[in-house]
Design a protein around this ligand. Structure first.
Ligand code: NAI
Ligand code: MG
Ligand code: ZN
Length: 276
């Protein structure tokens, strides 16, 4: 089976294709979804900051119009990426997730970080270029570790003050310069709940375009310590029995996948598949 969606660097001078429009209020959508005929979309009153050709959906070229601000388009509305993840078609969410990462990067790399001059798009490459500095800036990806720590029938879950009320999730955190994935995981678990872990096992990864995380998922076993929650970051953390779990994260997240795999293994159920 071939993928419905593949990324590509397309020439914006070519006409036609589909386009998505992204503003700080999210993506434009109507009853048919978030993809619009590109020539029609460009005739609307949109304050276009930059345009990028981002790939092919079912063989058709797709472009991103990154906007300064949202505006009224008759029959249309604006919606954040998270809402598309929760209730939309997964392939469309992948298109929009990629568009969001390219849009964020394009918006934040209009000027050279070295000399401050305007940068230009490199034809055929996903890069912004400063000629005087001979400097290329590529889309930013932030590696983040996420880990389910277990102790027999118990799993360690925590709440950030930012979570939806009642929801508990696995521990996560961004890699810092100088760290391996394992170093980062051990540090994050130590910092957030003061627990030591062993037998770290890689489980899989997930692109998390909020705004540019690359989640690397692990399982680890409890090795020692008592839970002490990190001030401000962790509101509560507890050992939960696999038979008695609190409200969990959204089903398409890798956090939920890590939990569901372990619970399935303990209970002898079929294991879930990680959404791509
Ligand atoms: N897909 C999933 O299932 C889940 C994804 N996540 C994602 O994992 C990422 C990390 O989780 P957190 O617990 O929030 O991280 P964290 O534990 O490292 O704490 C966040 C702090 O890290 C710093 N920070 C922010 N952006 C950074 C970057 N790009 N590089 C280095 N440090 C940075 C800031 O000081 C921020 O307050 C987030 O993007 C979060 O949305 C978290 C849980 C579940
Ligand atoms: Mg964290
Ligand atoms: Zn420069």
């Amino acid at each position: 089976m071939t993928a419905r969606w593949t990324t590509a660097v397309l020439d914006t001078d070519q006409p036609g294709g589909w386009a998505v429009a992204r503003s700080p209020e999210g993506f434009l959508f109507d009853d048919n979804g978030a993809l619009f005929p590109r020539e029609w979309l460009k005739r609307q009153e949109l304050s276009i900051l930059t345009e990028h050709g981002i790939g092919h959906l079912d063989g058709e070229p797709v472009y991103l119009l990154e906007l300064h601000r949202s505006s009224e388009v008759p029959g249309c509305n604006w919606k954040g990426l998270r809402a598309f993840m929760l209730d939309g078609d997964h392939t469309v969410y992948k298109v929009l997730g990629y568009a969001a990462q390219i849009g964020t990067w394009a918006r934040e790399h209009r000027f050279c970080g070295n000399c401050g001059q305007a940068m230009t798009q490199v034809p055929g490459e996903r890069a912004m270029y400063c000629q005087p500095c001979d400097l290329r800036s590529y889309p930013r990806i932030s590696p983040s570790m996420i880990v389910l720590v277990t102790r027999g029938d118990e799993i360690l879950l925590a709440r950030s003050p930012r979570f939806v009320t009642g929801v508990y999730s696995t521990l996560a955190g961004f890699a810092e310069p100088g760290e391996s994935a394992e170093d980062c995981l051990i540090r994050e678990v130590r910092e957030e709940v003061s627990i030591e872990v062993k037998n770290i096992q890689y489980m899989g990864s997930q692109c998390w375009p909020f705004p540019h995380s690359m989640m690397l998922g692990f399982h680890a076993e409890y090795a020692g310590g008592e839970i002490v929650c990190q001030e401000d970051e962790i509101e509560d953390a507890q050992w939960f029995n696999v038979h008695d779990l609190p409200p969990l994260p959204a089903s398409k997240s890798i956090a939920r996948y890590l939990i569901d795999v372990y619970v399935a293994r303990r209970l002898g159920h079929a294991e879930p598949v990680l959404p791509g």
